[in-house]
Design a protein around this ligand. Structure first.
Ligand code: ATP
Ligand code: MG
Length: 588
């Protein structure tokens, strides 16, 4: 596979600047839209606040990556590439019960496939457990944290409202010594789950509920996939994340908008420990990607897999990176899409047609063409010699002269698409009909002379004559035809399985689905239709993962799992109908 890689990722939207980006804000980077995060980075470099940037992508390894994650990956790794900085891959594995090694491996594979590389900067949040524990002890020493024995329910009842302050915990004013001893007891397993937590001591009257003495550590007597049973206390995400960023000297910690209300705590913690932390990272929020007709929460995706509504995480209908890969999407198109949707502070719903447009746009330039018939109807050329075979020259990709040509066998009996013939055709029907002439792609002009029917009156074949002078598709006398149709020679076809994929959901906005509603009802019953295609012989040996455009039908990919040399299986990546281009054509 020769997918584009990292260097071109940064310049995907600026084809003129093809050089590898090194050093600060190169010409290629400057050609890209200056969204607000690029502006922040520009200012931080110009003011000397930073001399180099470090970003990170911090997935929780509890599921496969999806297209929303791709937006974050393109943003974080993309900035590092543009500015010659570094981007860390950090597994946010602070939750002991949910994580899985299978997910860790898939995350790495998907990021690499998207064209990015973390180099030596691979980290796991769990590797910092000891350092985080030290930070917690330091907060206690500074009188900024205390061990509390209220249950989660009691804390929630004492929380107050934005206007009414929280009721102080009876343990809020314990001495530093007592807190140190209690925290040590928590750490040593001296308390059961739920019997004690470590809480920050901040502001019970803060209008921001996250500042009302949030929990920093809780007891979980569970095995961790990385640290085993070394710990029975685990840091909360809000406590762990700023520290991880600081330990790794992240300059710009980019996250989605729902973390905006957590930022005061992020800053509080970094300030509280400023003298012992190696850096002061800054949290910046942007709007997450939401797509029409697409479910994007890991919980829901897991449910689709577990309820066997799809064949797995890599089912080509899934919005996961591995699903898209199997569907035939390209990394370059996904990166282009992420750059096109941009980076903003406003939540919105992006039309999935824009993603499909990006896929078509890339595949149009890169996919070789071939002829395949999905719904065959026999066409017999009465004046073509029996037994004769001609190998006609066909252009592999009109968009790419370097793709060359291939030979396609032509003979007296062909298959054409059933839709391309009508017995009683209206005037505007420019394909084949009795008495009408069309061009066979890369072949000859043919004129329909009649049809042959079975006893029940069904058309079993169409008869025609060809004009030998029109070989290659042009008439020397200058006469024109309105239609060009595709075909395959019946004696040479390779029948193969095709999987026609469509959107998994029929509902446009899936964000509003009630949590408990059976959203199975929103599934598209026709999201997968399996059929047989008659393809030209050149495709028999196609390599799994290879992409092709079936002329006039759509883009396909040989399935990476089920396709074999001699027995290809094709997944439909996307049809040729570009609803996005249609919608926007009038506007531009
Ligand atoms: P989900 O809601 O699917 O479970 P998550 O946010 O819990 O996603 P994480 O593994 O924590 O999943 O996400 C890793 C990173 O990807 C985070 O920085 C998160 O902000 C980002 N991310 C997740 N979903 C999206 C999205 N839809 N658009 C942009 N970024 C996203
Ligand atoms: Mg998360």
């Amino acid at each position: 596979m020769s997918e584009n890689t990292a260097a071109s990722a940064a310049t995907a939207a600026a084809p003129a600047a093809a050089s590898v980006v090194t050093g600060n804000a190169s010409a290629a980077a400057l050609a890209l839209p200056r969204h607000f995060i690029r502006q922040i980075v520009d200012e931080d470099l110009a003011s000397g606040k930073h001399t180099a940037i470090a970003t990170r992508f911090p997935p929780e390894p509890n599921g496969y990556l999806h297209i929303g994650h791709a937006k974050s990956i393109c943003l974080n790794f993309g900035l590092a590439l543009e500015y010659g900085g570094e981007c860390h891959l950090r597994m946010d594995d602070t939750n002991p019960t949910k994580e899985d090694v299978e997910y860790v491996d898939s995350i790495k594979e998907d990021i690499r496939w998207l064209g990015f590389d973390w180099g030596e900067h691979y980290y796991q949040a769990s590797d910092y457990f000891a350092k985080m524990h030290e930070c917690a002890v330091e907060l206690i020493r500074r009188g900024l944290a205390y061990v509390c024995h209220l249950s989660a329910e009691e804390v929630s009842r004492a929380r107050g409202t934005p206007a009414i302050p929280a009721t102080p915990s009876p343990w809020r004013d314990r001495s530093v010594e007592e807190n140190l001893a209690e925290f040590a007891k928590m750490r040593a397993g001296g308390y059961d789950e739920g019997a004690a937590t470590l809480r920050a001591k901040i502001d019970l009257a803060s209008p921001n509920m996250h500042m009302r003495d949030p929990v920093l550590y809780r007891i979980r007597k569970a095995e961790h996939h990385n640290t085993g049973d070394a710990w029975c206390i685990y840091p909360m995400y809000d406590f762990a994340h700023p520290l991880e960023d600081a330990f790794e000297k992240i300059t710009h910690s980019i996250c989605t908008l729902e973390f905006e209300v957590h930022r005061p705590f992020y800053d509080w913690l970094i300030n509280a420990l400023a003298d012992v932390l190696p850096a002061r990272p800054r949290q910046i929020e942007f709007a997450r990607l939401n797509l029409t007709y697409t479910v994007m929460s890991k919980r829901r995706l897991l449910e689709l897999v577990q309820r066997r509504l799809v064949s797995g995480w890599d089912d080509p209908r899934m919005p996961t990176i591995c699903g898209f890969r199997r569907r035939g999407y390209t990394p370059a198109a996904i990166r282009k899409f992420c750059e096109t949707v941009g980076v903003t502070k406003f939540n919105s719903l992006t039309d999935v047609a824009l993603l499909e447009h990006a896929i078509r746009d890339d595949l149009n330039r890169t996919s070789p063409r071939a002829m395949a018939v999905l719904n065959p109807l026999r066409l017999v050329i009465e004046n073509y010699p029996e037994g004769q075979v001609e190998w006609l020259e066909a252009v592999n990709n009109p968009e790419d002269p370097a793709a060359g040509k291939r030979a396609v066998p032509f003979s007296r009996e062909l298959f054409i698409e059933r839709d391309d013939f009508m017995e009683d055709a209206p005037k505007k029907f420019f394909r084949l009909a009795p008495g009408r002439e069309v061009r066979l792609r890369w072949g000859y002009f043919v004129t329909c002379t009649g049809v042959e029917k079975d006893a029940a009156g069904n058309i079993v074949s169409v008869r025609c004559t060809y004009d030998p002078a029109t070989r290659g598709g042009d008439a020397p006398d200058g006469r024109k035809v309105k239609g060009t149709i595709h075909w395959v020679s019946t004696a040479h076809v390779v029948p193969c399985e095709v999987r026609l994929y469509d959107r998994l959901f029929l509902l446009e906005d899936l964000a509003d689905l009630d949590e408990h509603e059976d959203w199975k009802n929103a599934l598209n019953p026709n999201s997968l239709i399996t059929g047989t295609a008659q393809v030209e012989p050149a495709l028999a040996q196609v390599a799994p993962g290879a992409r092709v455009q079936f002329e006039r039908i759509g883009y396909f990919v040989a399935d990476a799992k089920d396709s074999r040399a001699g027995a290809p299986v094709f997944n439909r990546t996307v049809t040729l109908k570009d609803s996005w281009a249609k919608q926007t054509a009038g506007a531009v």
